[in-house]
Design a protein around this ligand. Structure first.
Ligand SMILES: [Fe+2]
Length: 192
């Protein structure tokens, strides 16, 4: 994985892509926007806004499942912590790259584990859920290519992974978890 161009935050990237013309024609407005964005960035860097706290909103109630998901959220939080250190010029870019690679590997392993389980218990939404995973892995692959070409950065990757994990773990995976828990309960009752 190539070293990312970390100096360009998602905020400044948005300005560069969408507002550059306006900034050229209206210097005062441009300065106001830049000042506002710098303030947001300072708040962003000094806090832990991207942190995911694995709690009941995410938990499914199956130990191995929850353990893997807890590990992934911990890796994501760890990646973000290193990202802030790199931005403050006290972190390590190679360590950040390793943490990104580890996070993506763990996500891929979770998907494999989930999909195996879904096939085993004949989860009705197996194909649709599998497709969600595949699309996300493709999006991740594309994002790494954009990072390598300098059109995206590790902040964009953080937004992408964090947003997707929160949405997916709290909705699609929860539905799957509820199905497994019910199937296990039904089997236990049938055995009584
Ligand atoms: Fe999933």
């Amino acid at each position: 994985m190539a070293v990312a161009r970390i100096e360009v935050s998602a905020f400044s990237y948005a300005v560069n892509q969408n507002l550059s013309g306006m900034l050229k024609t209206n210097e005062r407005l441009g300065q106001t926007i830049k000042s506002g964005l710098n303030h947001i960035k300072r708040v962003y860097l000094s806090s832990d806004l991207m942190r995911i706290n694995y709690n009941d909103a995410y938990a499914i109630g199956l130990d191995e499942f929850d353990d893997r998901r807890r590990t992934i959220t911990a890796s994501y939080n760890d990646f973000n912590a290193e990202l802030r250190l790199v931005t403050e010029r006290v972190g390590s870019m190679s360590r950040l790259t390793q943490k990104a690679a580890q996070l993506v590997r763990q996500i891929g392993e979770l998907f494999e584990f989930e999909e195996g389980l879904m096939a085993e218990i004949e989860f009705p939404e197996c194909a649709a859920h599998h497709l969600k995973h595949s699309h996300f892995l493709e999006t991740l692959h594309d994002e790494f290519e954009r990072i390598q070409s300098g059109h995206s950065d590790m902040y964009d990757l953080s937004y992408l992974v964090g947003g997707w994990l929160i949405e997916h773990m709290r909705s699609k995976d929860k539905a799957f978890g509820a199905f497994i828990v019910k199937a296990a309960r039904d089997m236990a009752e049938a055995a009584d």
